[in-house]
Design a protein. Structure first.
Length: 170
């Protein structure tokens, strides 16, 4: 089994941190594009964007009428909203340890999604939909769960490396 020096482990951690920040920045730029300029935008009869404040109304509409909507429309609305916030829940606690608690990620996801929905509607770039908010927060929470799993795997691997390094020294 390979043995790593403490210097090599620290260099690897620094490298991963830099890559993590680059991925986060690219993710935020891409998410901003998708949220404000990407995908289709459905106007109501009056030519304005709709407001949905009834929980699960849009979700039920897509789930029960899949055949009415093109695949990309219902997929982006149901799964895209979850997937869009998943990297946030994974990367933020990884890069900013102050955000390491699950409830902080849920709160951050909620604040961001409410802000985004209000901006989309206020700037007439999209609808204001409570279901989008729920799906976004769910995505952030799911990303946090994946972060916890990855951190546990990383910790177990680090213990194995440290154990092999100690036994190689003895």
């Amino acid at each position: 089994m390979a043995s790593f020096t403490l210097k090599q482990v620290k260099a690897w951690k620094t490298y991963l941190t830099i890559v993590g920040w680059l991925v986060l920045i690219l993710y935020l730029l891409y998410a901003t594009y998708l949220l404000f300029f990407g995908f289709y935008r459905a106007l109501d009869i009056a030519g304005k964007y709709a407001i949905n404040l009834v929980p699960f109304q849009t979700i039920k509409e897509y789930v029960f009428h899949l055949d009415y909507y093109p695949f990309d429309v219902w997929f982006n609305n149901l799964f895209g909203n979850v997937l869009l916030f998943l990297p946030l829940g994974f990367l933020i606690p990884l890069l900013l340890p102050v955000f390491k608690r699950w409830w902080i990620i849920v709160l951050l996801s909620l604040v961001l999604t409410v802000t985004i929905e209000m901006l989309q509607y206020g700037l007439q770039l999209g609808t204001l939909d409570v279901d989008d908010m729920m799906l976004n927060v769910g995505g952030g929470w799911l990303g946090y769960g994946l972060h916890i799993v990855a951190r546990q795997l990383w910790t177990e691997q680090a213990k194995r490396i440290q154990g092999s390094h100690i036994s190689a020294v003895e």
